[in-house]
Design a protein around this ligand. Structure first.
Ligand code: KG4
Ligand code: ZN
Length: 362
């Protein structure tokens, strides 16, 4: 029962997309502790459709949560009555999927008279880096690369989030998923491409870096565009096929993975240097990619930037990162949400403070 002595313990739920996840998190001094962490992936359910089906996601969350809750409580040897709060992702994501997690969390909070803490999914991803052995000190620049977002965010000393760069079309993870489908690989595409790419030549094909033009001329230096790259891959495969060539899938996968990593690394480091931020953080599902991690380490070292990578286990969606964000809100700002806070499929990260205001924004 050693976890009982911790200052704060909370239960966290994540159901924004296709992973049902529940965690018990604790705080020991200033250190975040993952007490128990479970994920029920729905990947196999969605794989046969080539992407996430919202109705299936909601139903599977509903089936998985009671089971996962039982598991984390038994592993942590804690009861609901030992908790100090209940947290859940409330935005952004699939509305029905978010609602399952939010209603479950709010029901538990009401039953056990605990504060409820609604968390922005991206704040969760940003907090995943705090689960590493040696968390970074504010302020820093974050490259957030997931299936839904590719953004450069400055986190200021007072924990404000300011977006400095973004993708104008597909997110990097979405590009991995679409190119995987083109190469006949299963969903989710990131791990499948990474696996195939390890056997390929990353320099074989020259691919576009997707610059975003400014109306007044020149380019947005910290913005991204991946839809042109996806089309270039399609044209390449079509022309190889038309000329009767065998499709060199490993070389295509490696060249694609390499150009995505180069673009992410170049623009992130340029942004950090020009914005005079000495620390760079990388989080999100795509941040699990080894080529990207290694390239970022190498170039950050050359530029004299301190790099902090989210631990691989906490890059893709999980509830520990949601619990970490909730403990920070509770500990640093002493914030909780109205039990009437609902869910929102879209909501800017810069306005996540409104989740703790009364009346709630949605
Ligand atoms: O953060 P995440 O779990 O969910 C969102 O919030 O979007 O990210 C999922 C995305 C998917 O697009 C998946 O293909 C990509 O992350 N991903 C990867 C890798 N693992 C997951 N992309 C590249 N390499 C990986 N190893
Ligand atoms: Zn995510």
């Amino acid at each position: 029962m050693r976890y009982n002595s911790m200052q704060q313990k909370l239960l966290a739920l994540e159901t924004s997309c296709d992973e049902s996840a529940v965690a018990v998190m604790g705080m020991e001094g200033k250190k975040l502790v993952v007490i128990a962490n479970r994920i029920a992936s729905q990947v196999n359910e969605h794989a046969k459709w080539g992407g996430v089906v919202p109705e299936i996601a909601s139903r599977k969350h509903l089936e998985a949560l009671p089971f996962l809750l039982g598991e984390v409580l038994s592993e942590s040897k804690l009861e609901m009555t030992d908790m100090d709060a209940v947290a859940a992702t409330v935005a952004p994501g699939l509305a029905g999927a978010l609602m399952i997690g939010s209603v479950t969390a709010r029901t538990l909070a009401s039953l056990y008279s605990l504060p409820f803490i609604g968390i922005h999914h991206l704040e969760g991803h940003l907090s995943s880096v705090l689960l590493g052995k040696n968390p970074p000190e504010l302020p820093y620049l974050v490259l957030l690369v997931s299936g839904g977002h590719t953004e450069l965010i400055r986190v200021s000393s007072d924990r404000n989030f300011i977006r400095l760069g973004r993708s104008h079309d597909d997110a990097a993870g979405e590009a991995f998923d679409k190119v995987a489908r083109l190469l006949g690989l299963p969903y989710p595409g990131g791990p499948a491409i990474e696996n195939l790419a390890s056997k390929g030549d990353p320099k074989r094909f020259v691919l576009p870096k997707g610059r975003v033009s400014r109306p007044e001329g020149g380019y947005y230096p910290y913005d991204f565009s991946f839809s042109g790259l996806k089309t270039a891959m399609l044209r390449l495969v079509e022309s190889l096929r038309a000329n009767g060539h065998e499709i060199p899938r490993p070389d295509l996968a490696a060249s694609f993975e390499n150009i995505v990593a180069e673009v992410l690394v170049e623009r992130s480091l340029r942004c950090a240097v020009e914005e005079k931020l000495k620390t760079l953080v990388m989080v999100g599902g795509v941040a699990a990619n080894n080529r990207l991690r290694e390239m970022m380490k190498q170039r950050a070292f050359e530029e004299g930037i301190d790099l902090y990578l989210a631990p691989k286990a906490f890059c893709t969606d999980n509830a520990a990162m949601i619990g970490a964000a909730a403990l920070m809100r509770l500990e640093v700002t002493n914030r909780s949400s109205s039990i009437e806070l609902g869910v929102s499929p879209r909501w800017p990260l810069a306005e996540a403070d409104s989740f703790y205001q009364s009346p709630p924004p949605f």
